[in-house]
Unconditional design. Structure first.
Lengths: 841, 340
């Protein structure tokens, strides 16, 4: 073939790729689901929430500038600080991690997109709707005002806190669901969508962190969702989970909140460290020293972060033994953190550092974060915490940790990755200004605050008296906050107006070694031109011809002949190619589903229950339509040649399919929420001498034995019928599949009915006592899972009749059976807990 | 709404500003500071803080020096082995040792600081936004007060902490750490004052609209003076002399439904006990200096001064009436009369 021929062929390939991956034009642009679009929307939106929350912080600082200030009313101040914390945590810190990961992960993995692009888009729309709903409330003077931690009974009492608390609970629950969706997407992306040859021990460090943080989200957010459910039930239906007069306990909320809230800190911090782990080797001009050290340290941090939550509760009067244990665990987490910092220092020392704006931010981050870490070590010592807790010392500490550990590295990342996204750099000259304004402003603002706190200023106070040693410290802090804000504004200006005036960068402008820089700039919608074999942690440094070969389309998937979006699926550990995955294209369905479900949540906040129910059902229906049309699509051929003579199947099911992994991971999150509810049940057991409480007849209350036992029997039978359905389908019997499914539907419905009938016939009144409430919640939770399982069974039946579920094309039945494993486990656990505990009492 | 001169109901904090600075002149700076210590726990923890601070500064300087050195262009790159050894030693081993030492020190401190108290017990109940104080004496008798605590120097006094409505936290920084007051729970805190003086405590857990306006006066006295004071409180108030107009107004307006004034029919338990109000340095839980004008203003503008307070603003009272109630409440207990 002549030179020109291959040139023409390559151009034709590129044109086809472009056509397949392009976003629609005009208003249909918003139907885009590709990571290059959704990632940018996500990043920009979360940055906008950051600016909003920052403005609230400036209001707070302005109010505290002088003693006895009357700039803000107490009510507005309380809304401002509550929303500042809430928005920074839920609408900026976590979403920006997901945004950046959605944007960068495919490029680092040489993938065309993440495995579930429409799920990313759905997550984005949920985030946007929920975020605007929560933030917008302040313009109607209806924002949550009970603190971002929402401690009951202040916030469960509708007389003390208005609709703001409902907005917080429902708006954020909605966003948390989106966060979990994104986490599932990212985990499956890292595990299954790598380039061939990129074994798990050679993946870019950023991907390791994504994996770890995704896992943490899966175990940290569900306890909060469980807490939110109990909380909202108390607010809307008067179920007394946190009311001590009726067997509840306000401390249970604190446990659930901080089981979420402390890992949350590391969920925020680790992704930024991940950015550092990409930046530092690039500018040290050498591979990272201690790759396995830093991975182990990050995993260790992730694990330990779940054992620290009680250090937020050192002053609640818990026994000394718990304080000692959690004090030790809180100190221990400093060790893996220290290892990660020294990995960066060691890499710098073993290399030759070229200085640049990203490195400036990275160094500044180190200077700030180390202070935050050291004060963290201080407050982990319980006796010191008794003084420092809930004072401005802790405000200073947490801002040192989060600005040093999260924001500064994020800015480093912004300067580093801007060329990858826009093909144009941010200004290095302005960048130094931005850095020094932020760095000095931050330290002027927050260093004095340590002493403000120790001089006796509690947190969350809208004013303080003059003359007790707090005046000038607060004034200095306010000045610092505004200097810091000036730096952020300058950065924003450069992003909005400066960047577009600059020249396009050359390819790999920082001369980095990792995959994301392989493509010529500006980056194309389809991402990488062809997917190569990767044999090193820093392929661009170690495989000199790789970039050229990739750009010439000499590797896998260089074309889109069938006009379908495709990416590679590989095996989890050694990254062998397994499948050519067809990913779905642009669609408005994710947006429509997000709007319907979001409206349902918002309606509930305003007590419009029927409207919410209708909208929620419509939302479920819309999701069904989305699944029906977009998932488990039967391909036109069994397999496809992806280049270089490698032929991969286009349709795989069971453990080989990404959908199965997503279901598996999602159900882990679901089980975590369920376990949190079970934890609540046992928590009540530990705080009550008589548990379950005695009923009218003087005997311990309970749902009885007969009906729960029947429910258990039926749910086991329903599960067995599902196993049979899968087996019959595999054996080629469509009739067997359908009959087993139908039988399972009936058994599941019967089981669910028994579960709800049991507490009803036993006369358990959920408003009477927290015990009755938690039994009802466990049983309703399980019954809802059975209902969801039945919905899936109907879906399978419909797919079977439509010819979309057959012996060969069987993704749906595998995934539904997987769901049923978990549903059956939930049923078994629930029944065991609610029946056995009363027997023991 | 009539507005008092110098005080606008819509901008209540302007009024507070003047009051606040007056209050500040009365007390000295640092009476709410955990670093200006006057109690055993605060002193020990304060010393711990200064030690930790010094160590932190050293560690920070060393890490910064190392990172600055790392960014110097003209130096030989370290070998991979030397760099890995740095991670092991400075990243893992040294922090482990330092943290273990600190942890052992901290853990050993806890039982010492939380050792049980002696015979004096003071029950403090947090409410939005004030403190109900009850001295529980060894002989079983009780003395009621509000928003002020008096303590004898050198005695380990036990506080029994509860909350009536939402979570509060009891914190007197110069004496020691804080302890939460949680509805449905009873927490205990022992404080041992080491020097006499007047100090200020504050609610440390966000408790609603006026969380910032929930402070506490603490006076540490010599043990003898404290005993004498407590004894005088235990005896019934002396028989009241002649009639006063303020008393009539106080009772006629229903104040007695919520407030107790010993020796009068006012025996309400909802609000603070006002029997010995004249002795307290401040009113409204530590936010206004205790004088007739402030009491009168607080009666008429309660919820402007303290948003979310349970007591309604008695704005329907004329300034003269509220002033005469204030004068009556300001008079030392025992000089008040019993109303017919």
């Amino acid at each position: 073939m002549s030179q020109t021929d291959s040139q023409t062929r390559r151009e034709a390939q590129e044109e086809r790729l472009n056509k397949v991956w392009d976003s629609d034009k005009g208003w249909r642009y918003w139907s885009a689901v590709n990571n290059t679009e959704v990632g940018v929307w996500y990043t920009v939106t979360s940055f906008a929430f950051f600016l909003f929350a920052g403005a609230l912080a400036l209001m707070v600082r302005a109010q505290l500038a002088v003693p006895d200030n009357d700039l803000l009313s107490p009510s507005l101040y309380n809304q401002a600080f509550t929303l500042h914390g809430t928005a920074m945590m839920f609408l900026f810190a976590v979403p920006i991690f997901e945004a950046v990961a959605i944007l960068l992960l495919p490029t680092m993995l040489g993938a065309r997109d993440l495995p579930f692009p429409r799920l990313s888009a759905f997550g984005y729309w949920c985030f946007l709707i929920g975020g605007v709903f929560v933030c917008g409330s302040i313009f109607f003077n209806a924002a949550p005002d009970g603190g971002w931690f929402m401690y009951p009974p202040l916030t469960t009492d509708p007389k003390l806190t208005g609709i703001g608390a409902d907005i917080w609970l429902l708006g954020l629950s909605f966003i948390e669901v989106a966060s979990i969706a994104a986490a599932v997407e990212l985990i499956v992306g890292v595990l299954k969508c790598r380039p061939p040859g990129m074994r798990i021990n050679t993946i870019p460090l950023y991907c390791w962190y994504v994996l770890i943080v995704g896992g943490m989200i899966l175990f940290a957010f569900p306890p909060l969702i469980a807490g939110d459910i109990l909380f909202e039930l108390e607010r809307l239906a008067d179920w007394p989970f946190f009311d001590p007069a009726r067997g509840g306990d306000p401390l249970l909320w604190q446990h659930l909140f901080w089981i979420f809230g402390h890992p949350e800190v590391y969920i925020i911090f680790l992704p930024s460290i991940a950015l550092m782990a990409m930046i530092v080797p690039t500018f040290a001009r050498r591979p990272i020293i201690g790759y396995s050290w830093i991975v182990l340290a990050a995993v260790g941090t992730g694990f330990l972060s779940f054992g620290l939550w009680v250090h937020h509760m050192f002053t609640t009067g818990l026994p000394a033994i718990s304080l000692g244990f959690f004090s030790a665990a809180s100190e221990a987490v400093a060790i893996p953190t220290g290892v990660q910092i020294f990995v960066f220092l060691a890499t710098m020392l073993a290399g030759r550092v070229t200085f640049s704006v990203p490195m400036l931010f990275a160094s500044g981050s180190l200077a700030i974060f180390v202070i935050g870490g050291l004060t963290g070590v201080m407050v982990a010592i319980a006796p010191f915490d008794w003084q420092a807790h809930d004072t401005h010392f802790v405000v200073a500490h947490l801002h040192y940790v989060l600005i040093g550990g999260m924001l500064m590295p994020l800015f480093a990342g912004a300067y580093y990755y801007m060329p990858l996204v826009t093909a144009k750099p941010l200004s290095a000259r302005l960048g130094r200004w931005v850095f020094w304004l932020m760095f000095t402003g931050f330290n002027i603002g927050f260093l004095p605050m340590h002493f403000t706190g120790l001089r006796g200023m509690p947190r969350r106070v809208f004013t303080y008296p003059g003359g007790i040693g707090l005046d000038w410290l607060n004034l200095v802090s306010t000045v610092g906050a505004f200097i810091f804000a000036a730096g952020v504004l300058l950065f924003t200006w450069d992003c909005l107006f400066g960047v577009r005036r600059r020249k396009t960068c050359e390819t790999n402008p920082w001369n980095a070694g990792t995959m994301e820089w392989i493509s010529p700039l500006p980056a194309q919608n389809y991402g990488i031109r062809s997917v190569p074999e990767v044999a090193s942690r820093y392929p661009l440094w170690d495989q000199p011809d790789l970039a050229r070969e990739v750009a010439e389309g000499r590797w896998y998937l260089p074309d889109a002949e069938e006009g379908k979006r495709e990416t590679l699926v590989t095996s989890v550990l050694d990254s062998r190619p397994l499948q050519c995955l067809r990913v779905p294209g642009n669609s408005f369905m994710p947006m429509i589903c997000a709007i319907l479900i979001g409206a349902s949540f918002i309606g509930t906040a305003f007590h419009l229950y029927w409207t919410s129910l209708v909208l929620g059902l419509l939302g479920v229906f819309a999701i069904m339509v989305w699944l029906w049309r977009g998932t488990a699509v039967i391909p036109e051929a069994e397999a496809k040649d992806i280049g270089r003579g490698v032929v991969l199947p286009l349709y795989v099911s069971g453990t080989k399919s990404v959908g199965w992994w997503a279901m598996f991971i999602t159900m882990f999150g679901d089980m975590t929420a369920f376990v949190s509810l079970v934890f609540s049940y046992f928590y009540y057991w530990t705080i009550h001498e008589q548990f379950p409480p005695l009923g009218m007849d003087g005997l311990p209350r309970g749902p009885g034995l007969l009906w729960p036992a029947l429910a258990l029997l039926l749910v086991a039978a329903a599960w067995g019928a599902m196993l049979l359905a899968r087996a019959r389908n595999a054996a080629g019997s469509a009739a067997g599949l359908r009959l087993s499914l139908a039988a399972s539907v009936l058994l599941a419905l019967g089981s669910g009915a028994c579960m709800l009938w049991a507490p009803w016939q036993a006369g358990l009144q959920p408003t009477d006592h927290a015990y009755d409430g938690i039994v009802w919640v466990l049983l309703i939770w399980t019954a809802l899972h059975l209902a969801l399982g039945v919905l899936m069974q109907f879906y399978c039946l419909a797919r079977s009749f439509a010819g979309k579920l057959t012996t060969r094309w069987d993704i749906d039945i595998h995934n539904v059976v997987l769901f049923w494993h978990f549903a059956a486990l939930t049923g078994l656990t629930t029944i065991a807990v609610v029946t056995l505990v009363p027997l023991l009492a | 709404m009539t507005v008092l001169p110098g005080f606008s109901a819509s901008r209540p904090w302007g009024g507070l500003a003047a009051a606040g600075s007056a209050l500040a002149l009365a007390g000295c700076s640092g009476r709410q500071s955990a670093l200006d210590t006057a109690g055993y726990e605060a002193r020990v923890v304060g010393e711990l803080f200064w030690w930790m601070l010094a160590a932190s500064v050293v560690i920070w300087v060393l890490v910064m020096a190392l990172s600055l050195y790392a960014t110097r262009r003209r130096r030989e790159p370290w070998s991979g082995r030397a760099a890995a050894r740095l991670i092991l030693i400075c990243g893992a081993i040294l922090p482990t040792i330092a943290l273990a030492v600190l942890l052992v020190f901290g853990l050993r401190l806890m039982p010492v600081l939380r050792a049980p108290g002696e015979d004096l017990r003071i029950a403090v109940e947090g409410q939005q936004f004030w403190w109900r104080v009850t001295y529980e004496l060894p002989d079983g008798s009780r003395v009621s007060s509000a928003n002020e605590v008096r303590l004898p120097r050198g005695r380990r006094t036990e506080f029994v902490l509860t909350a009536q409505d939402v979570i509060h936290s009891f914190w007197v920084p110069p004496l020691g750490g804080k302890m939460d007051m949680i509805p449905g729970m009873t927490n205990r805190l022992v404080l041992e004052p080491e020097r006499t003086g007047r100090f200020r405590g504050a609610c440390a857990e966000f408790c609603g609209a006026s969380h910032a306006l929930m402070a506490l006066d603490v006076e540490v006295m010599e043990p003898d003076a404290f005993e004498a004071w407590l004894r005088s409180r235990r005896d019934p108030a002396p028989p009241p002399p002649g009639a006063q107009e303020g008393a009539t107004l106080f009772l006629a307006n229903g104040c007695g439904a919520c407030h107790t004034v010993a020796g009068t029919p006012a025996a309400g338990r909802i609000g603070p006990d006002l029997t010995h109000l004249s002795e307290r340095p401040s009113i409204a839980a530590g936010i206004l200096p205790n004088d007739v004008d402030n009491i009168a203003r607080f009666i008429r503008h309660t919820r402007d001064i303290k948003p979310g307070a349970r007591m309604p603003s008695f704005a329907m009272l004329s300034p003269e009436d509220s002033a005469s109630i204030a004068r009556w409440l300001s008079a030392p207990a025992g000089t008040r009369m019993e109303t017919p």
